[in-house]
Design a protein around this ligand. Sequence first.
Ligand code: ZN
Length: 111
Amino acid sequence: MRSVCRVVAFVPDDLPGSRLLGRHRATCLTCQAADARRRVLLRELAELRDELLVTPAAVHLRVMARLGSQEGAGTPSRRIARLFRGAIAAGAIGAAAVLGGLARRRARAAG
Ligand SMILES: [Zn+2]
């Protein structure tokens, strides 16, 4: 898998400035195959939407113990959303750096 394909797989479609990645995705068979696999997985997960899994009490207690005190930190879902947004932002910065490096490398190779 090429480096740009790894970046494309990491960056969400709707991220501002991802038009360049979208153009790559439209022409790259590797990325198109990965998108197809992702769509199948999402469809299968959507079918499980109404499934109710009961967490064993011991697992629940271990998870809550690792999360620590939740006072003043918002709900767990907000904390997870905040962590996720931070990861997306870091990924976008990394993707921009990689794409910038690739563009400079191509410009040097072209002359
Ligand atoms: Zn690709």
